[in-house]
Ligand binder design. Sequence first.
Ligand SMILES: Nc1ncnc2c1ncn2[C@@H]1O[C@H](COP(=O)(O)OP(=O)(O)OP(=O)(O)O)[C@@H](O)[C@H]1O
Length: 332
Amino acid sequence: MNRIISVKNVSKIYRIPKNEKGFFNGIKGLLKRDAIEKVALKDVSFDITEGEVVAYIGPNGAGKSTTIKLLTGLLLPTSGHISVKGQDPFQYRKQLAQMTGVLMGQRSNLWWDLPLQDSYDLLRVIYNLDKKTYKEWSQYLIETMGIEDLLSQPVRMLSLGQRMKAEIVSIFIPKPEIVYLDEPTIGLDVVTKQKVIEFLMHINKQFHTTIILTTHDLQDVEKLCKRMILIDKSILKYDGTVSNFIKKYGNMKRVMIKSDSDNIPQLPNDFTLSEQFIDGWEFIYDQSRYKERDVLAMIAKLENVTSVSFKDPDLSLIIKNMFREDFEHVWD
Ligand SMILES: Nc1ncnc2c1ncn2[C@@H]1O[C@H](COP(=O)(O)OP(=O)(O)OP(=O)(O)O)[C@@H](O)[C@H]1O
C-alpha cells in the first residue's frame, strides 16, 4: 500500500499580536507590533497509508484542527515538511481540494435555502463531474446513508442529525481519495451515529478511501479505527493500534457496587469514584495493584451491598483517566 500523507518534524507556531492598552501605546503598536507566540504543534511526524482509517485524538487545544488545516493547505507549517499525495498541500491546495473531502466546524457544502438534491446537483457542476457517473454515484451514496426522503427538503429544515448525514454524503460526491472529518458524530443520537459510522466503514471497505477522524467520542474510535494518533499539548504521544494502546495503558478497571445504603462505600484512597447512580457507585482502580478477588474481599466487608460487577478498561476510560486534571501524565 502506498503512503498518501507524510508529516515530518512539523511545528506550527501562531503569532498573536499583543493588544497594547492606552492611546499612545496603541499608536506605538501600529508601528511595531509585539506578538505572543503560541505553539500549536511541536515536531510532529507520522505517515498515513492509502485506505487507512486513523483517529486523530487528544484533549481540547491539543493541536488537532491545526494539523487538519496544515494537511489541507489552509496553513503553512512554521517548520518541517508535509506531503499529501506527493505534493505540498499549501502550494497545491486547489489541485488537492479535488481529491480531498473536509468536514470541519461550521463549514458547509450545502446551500441553506435549496432542496438537498439541488445542493448535490450544484456540487456536480462545481466539481465538473460527468452526469451519468454523478447520477449513479450520488444515488449509491444517498441509499447507503438512507437519506432518500430528505432530498426535496430545504437544508435549513433538516434536523442536526439529518443535516450531518446529508453533509457527509456531500463530501463523498466528488469521490475523494482522502477525507478529513472533524467530530462527525457530535450531538447525534445513537441510531444516527451508528448509521454514520456504518456508512464510513462501508465506503472505506469498498473504495479504500483514506479517512482521518478527529473526535472526542472514543466509542466511535473503537468501532471505526484500527489506528490512533494521540496528541497532547502540541506533542505526539502515541501512534499505533487502538488495541495496543489499551494493552499498554489499560491498567485501570471499573467496579460497580450496588447498595441499599446512601453512604458511599469506603475503599482505599487509590480507588477513584468515577460515577454515582441512584442505586450505586462506580469506582476505578489500578488492576496491577489489586486483584479482583482482593477487591471482592474488601467489598464483602461493607454493609448493605446488593451486587458487585467488574468492567474491563475501554479506550474512553483510559483516556479519561490519563487526562484527569490531577493526573501526572506517564508516557514512556
Ligand atoms: N488562529 C489561531 N491563532 C492563535 N492561536 C491559535 C489559533 N488556532 C489555534 N490556536 C491555538 O493553538 C492550540 C491548538 O489549537 P487547535 O484548534 O489545533 O486544537 P484542537 O486540538 O483542535 O482543540 P479542540 O479539541 O478544542 O478543537 C490552542 O492552544 C489554540 O488556542
